[in-house]
Structures are given as structure tokens and as C-alpha cells.
Write a protein that binds this ligand. Sequence first.
Ligand code: PAF
Length: 289
Amino acid sequence: MSALSPSPAASVARLGDVPSLRAQVRAWRTAGEDVALVPTMGALHEGHLTLVRQARETCRRVIVSIFVNPTQFGPSEDFSRYPRDPERDVALLATAGADAAYLPDVATMYPPGFSTTVSVAGLTEQLCGPLRPGHFAGVATVVTKLLLQALPDRALFGEKDYQQLQVIRRFVRDLDIPVTIEGVPTVRETDGLALSSRNQYLSAEERAAAPHLAAVLRRVADAVRAGAETAPALAEGRAALEAAGFGPVQYLSVNDADSLAPLDRVAGPARVLAAAYLGRTRLIDNVAV
Ligand code: PAF
């Protein structure tokens, strides 16, 4: 076992406010230890635990924040029914080798009079952006705060939320926040469904149909990688999703991997991305071309 390997079921420090978070990080830094942050909204699954294990590969100490951020949910979205089980989450973090769980409350993150928003232009004006007004500003603001509260060396995010990852990379660069952002490949069920805390909303029938999303993304990626124009591949993919019971399909799109500009044809790194409802549950996924 290397010095960085997780000790199974080690104890996880629970931190609830900024002074205790900073004191913990300061103590580690004084001891010469580097620090990774894994921001989450809880309802942890194997995808999150993979981020924690990956964080331990490069940093001696790992903090996981658990905060269901109200400002990134629209008025008709699932903020109130979003799954919350901090006790289970902290127990899982112990098995994955996290050192601390940071569980701020809403008043800690948004004290009375809070009036600042981080908003990223361009990247947020397509895909999920217009469909979820205010969502990325909510994400960018809370992630900026988490980064400035913890001041980690690295922060890790899943590629499943690919547009979110690009938005975070952009404001971290634009605002000179001194942290390395690491994107981690999506963890999938054996049938291809991307792990998501929202998968638990799916009925048995919807769960059976859900892997079609990843399958269609892979088919579109294969077609456009082989030189096909994106429009017919996307039309075929959209029809396949609708035939599998998805609807509405909010977008199915081939975009530049960095700028997220939509592409008619692929000539460099690209991504196929989709958002679609299955019953009441909105699923998103993406694959590299
Ligand atoms: O991906 C998530 O779980 C959230 O959007 C994040 C990054 C923790 C911000 O609330």
C-alpha cells in the first residue's frame, strides 16, 4: 500500500463552517501536505467515489464538500426532492479514503445580504444554458466560493457534466483562481448508463430504457468520427431516442470539445452531448468523438 492509499473506513472529519475548514487546510499545509477538493451535492454514488480515489492519487489530503446548492436549481426543478442523506454520504466517504467532509448550511454559503454572482458568457449560452436559466451562474458562484473557502491545490469534477466542467475551467482561468481543475471520465453502469444521483428517480421501465441515451451518443460519435456530416447523424439519433421512449429530447448536438461551439462536421476534438427527459427525469450525458 503506498503512502497515498486510502485506509479503509478511516475517520472523516466533519466541518461545517469556513473557519474550521480553513483551520484544517492550514494544519495540513503546515505539515507539508497538499489538498484536493471534490465538490458534490451529496447523494454520493460510485462516480463521486471515483473522484475521491482519483484525488488521492495526486494529493495527500482530500476534502469532499456536500452542499445542495439552491441557486443552481430553477423554480420548477427538483431542489426540494433532491436526495439528501449526509450520514450515508459521510460513511461512504470513509470507505473511499476522504479525510474531511465539508457540509456548510445555506446561511454559511449565502449569508443575509449576499449579492454577488459569477457568470460566464459564451460557453453558457448553448446546450443546458438557455434551458436552465441561471443554472451555470449558480454553479459558478458556489464553486468559486468553495474554491476560495478551501483554497485546494486541485479540484476534481466529473466529465458527465461536461458543460459545467468547461465553465469551471473558464472562470478559474479568467479569475486567476490558483487551483488545478481535473476532469474525470464518466463512470457508467455495465449497460452504459452514466451514474447520476437522479437515476434513482427512474421507474423500472424507464431504467430499462435509459441506456439508449449512451448508446445513441456512441453511435453519433462513431458516425461523425468516420467523417459523416453531423446533421443526419443527429436526426437519426434523435429519432432513436424518441423511439426508445425519451421525450422531449432537449438537445442532441456535436460541439467543439473546448469552446462548445456546435459543429457541422468534426475536424478536431469534439463531444456529442444530449439532454432528454425520460418520464419526469431529465438525463444528460456526453461522449468524446
Ligand atoms: O456537479 C455538481 O454536483 C454540482 O453542480 C457542483 C459542482 C457540486 C456545484 O454545486
